[in-house]
Design a binder for this molecule. Structure first.
Ligand code: GLA
Ligand code: ZN
Length: 673
């Protein structure tokens, strides 16, 4: 459990270094990340290296007892390299090289670039492998799936397709290329998706391109990992993950890395609209789920954001500390704050760090010092991990396929996941977000939103989970496609229809207009709905998408309240083997989501706090028999309430308590036996 900072010695006058290190030590900083953009300082000319300045600053940290995480500086090749070897420059979808002088504009597959990476990484790792303070390496910086269209990447994509399908007829069959005379007669006709009209390209081909682009980045990560590991087998190796436009498959990318690290910039402006989804915790749970173990934050919000965009609101008192502790409550063991001091030059001079450009430590720095003290006091949590009885399934194929073919305006794959996560968060229930390949048997409830693209293995896995007694929640836009991203010729949810005991007769992409939804079973949810409505003044409603359902044996839980399908089924539950499969054919408002999830967890026998105020979050970390509870106030007002638990029959309730939380305050307590 420790706090760190991101530091850029190459951006500061040498005369500041000693004082910076002393202040860090004094504040309680335990680790710094550096170097990830410093290539031009480390290799100012081809083959002429200068690591003396890095030796010096690492030496200062070593003396201060602060650990160092080094970034392989491969995200920013120096300009001389681009000038001398222009073939390393990435090519965009318009077929021309991207403009250089910013960052990240190198082709990950370029053999020339890889050669230079190899040399600089070798220099770095061989130099520092025996330094005790240097504990590990960050590969590159915030990698994306490789969408480069240069000649080398064209070849790589072709190779990927050839290896996957072996002969060209198989490709045509898989993609259904008889449409619009899209049939290939030779592999040479296959290349990356050039041009402005990407949405007119065949979605099956586009999904394969996205899979290739991910694999290409994963291979680049493996190239660096192996290089580092072969020289220093003790070094910890990771890369800093983020949520970007073209995300690689996280599970593949981190498979061989030691842990996940994430760049965490929660919004400083809290949503006012009560339907806006609360998502910081969602990101943290997604990151922890990648390796199903604790993780690092490699960059953590420290000041107002801006620079290449207009500035955000500043951090309200309590936010800096609160968001950092929130990450810990969700399984981060090291939180590295971005950045020590705000830059005074370059595009990010208004992306604020802990200390402002003036170099006068202020309010945020004081809060940071307080954070370091608190985390120091939390030492006993070392080795504990978050506990969840509910899982939500994420898959990059769904993310790609949904982006390739948006189904209705406003409905995004991530938003679908967030809506479920938000409902559980509102109930104070910890959630793991995991890959469908992971072991689901340990969860009492599994929510698998929008399984748009399907394959046999996934379907069998979910089938077995439900049959053996699990509670599985399926949603609209599931079972639509096969593994080649082509529509399945069977009533929806096709491959899931047996499990769900229901089929979709017709669907209506209604868009953002809210529509009424009625509870059809008197027994269903009434108590929770009333409770939720009291708090929110809400009625059940749905939007975006309506599957008009016909039950094949499933119980109807809710019906549409308007439109020509008024009275038709919208949500169902089906007894399946020893378990139960829910089908949610629409996208509910928060009131509906919380009510339904609350009903499901009640049936599953999961205890929870039944009166969490909106925006207050509850999580648990566990080590052996010890359990620590966290209550985080993610709102800008005080929250006072008498905590009321809903426990399965027979369980004792020994921690009811009057709670008073200041804005962004985190309360942590250890459960009594
Ligand atoms: C990312 C990058 C950092 C920095 C910050 C702020 O997280 O990794 O280098 O650019 O964003 O923009
Ligand atoms: Zn390329």
């Amino acid at each position: 459990m420790r706090i760190g900072v991101d530091y850029y010695p190459e951006q500061w006058d040498r005369s500041l270094w000693e004082k910076d290190v002393a202040m860090m030590k004094d504040a309680g900083v335990k680790v710094v990340r550096m170097g990830e953009f410093a290539w031009s300082r480390l290799e100012p000319q081809e083959g002429k290296y200068d690591f003396s300045w890095l030796d010096e600053i690492i030496g200062l940290f070593e003396k201060a007892g602060i650990e160092v995480f080094l970034g392989a500086p491969t995200n920013t090749p120096p300009l001389w390299l681009y000038e001398k070897y222009p073939e390393v420059i990435q090519v965009g979808k318009d077929g021309s090289p991207v403009s250089i002088g910013i960052r990240g504009h190198r082709c990950l597959n370029s053999p020339v670039y890889r050669g230079f990476c190899k040399k600089i990484i070798k220099k770095m790792v061989s130099r520092y492998k025996d330094w005790t303070s240097v504990i590990g390496y960050q590969i590159d910086n915030e990698l994306e799936a490789n969408h480069c269209c240069c000649p080398v990447c064209q070849q790589e994509f072709r190779k990927f397709i050839r290896e996957k399908y072996k002969n060209i007829d198989e490709v045509n069959k898989a993609y259904g290329n008889s449409v619009w005379s899209g049939e290939y007669s030779d592999f040479s006709q296959i290349g990356p998706p050039f041009g402005p009209h990407q949405t007119w390209l065949n979605p099956s081909y586009m999904l394969d391109f996205n899979r290739y682009a991910s694999k290409s980045t994963v291979e680049y990560v493996e190239f660096q990992r192996k290089l580092i590991h072969d020289m220093d087998s003790k070094a910890l190796i990771t890369t800093n993950n983020w949520l970007c436009e073209n995300m690689p498959d996280f599970y593949d990318m981190f498979e061989k890395l030691d842990f996940v690290s994430y760049d965490n910039y929660p919004a400083t402006l809290l949503p006012e609209d009560k339907e806006s989804l609360y998502s910081h915790a969602f990101h943290l749970d997604l990151m922890r789920g990648i390796k199903e173990k604790n993780f690092w934050i490699m960059e953590q919000l420290s000041g107002p954001l801006g620079g290449w965009a207009p500035m955000s609101q500043t951090l309200q008192p309590g936010m800096l500390k609160g968001y950092s502790l929130q990450a810990i409550a969700h399984g981060a063991d090291t939180v590295v704050h971005f950045r020590w001091r705000t830059a005074v030059s370059g595009a990010e001079m208004f992306w604020h760090g802990l200390i402002d450009q003036s170099n006068v430590p202020g309010r945020r720095f004081e809060e940071f010092q307080e954070l370091c003290r608190t985390v120091d006091e939390w030492r006993e949590l070392e080795g504990s991990t978050p506990e969840s009885q509910v899982a939500i399934i994420y898959g990059s194929d769904q993310e790609y396929a949904f982006k390739i073919q948006p189904q209705v305006e406003g409905m995004h794959y991530f938003t679908q996941l967030k809506a479920y996560h938000d409902a559980f968060a509102s109930l104070g229930i910890g959630v793991d977000i995991v890959d469908a390949r992971s072991d689901l048997s340990k969860y009492k409830v599994v929510v698998a939103p929008t399984l748009f693209v399907t394959d046999r293995e996934m379907v069998d896995k979910l089938d077995a989970y439900a049959k053996r007694g699990g509670r599985l929640v399926l949603t609209n836009r599931s079972g639509v496609k096969d593994d080649n991203n082509r529509c399945i010729m069977s009533p929806l949810p096709s491959v899931f229809a047996d499990m769900a005991g229901v089929h979709v007769e017709e669907y209506d992409a209604i868009g953002k207009r809210w529509q009424k939804l009625h509870i059809s079973q008197a027994a269903w949810l009434l108590q929770d709905k009333r409770m939720w409505a009291e708090r929110q003044g809400d009625e059940l409603a749905c939007q975006l998408w309506c599957d008009i359902l016909e039950s094949d044996g499933a119980e109807v839980l809710a019906r549409y309240g308007e439109n020509f399908y008024e009275g038709r089924a919208a949500i169902t539950a089906n007894q399946y083997g020893a378990g139960e499969v829910y089908y949610v054919g629409t996208v509910m408002n928060r009131c509906g989501m919380v009510s339904l999830m609350s009903e499901i967890i009640r049936k599953a026998g999961i205890s929870h706090i039944e009166n969490l105020p909106f925006g207050v979050e509850h999580t648990v970390r566990r080590k052996g028999k010890d359990r620590w509870h966290f209550l985080f106030n993610n709102t800008s007002s005080n929250q006072e309430f008498e905590m009321r638990w809903r426990l399965p029959a027979g369980m004792r309730n020994n921690y009811d308590e009057a709670i008073c939380l200041l804005p962004f305050e985190m309360k942590m307590w250890k459960e009594e036996d």
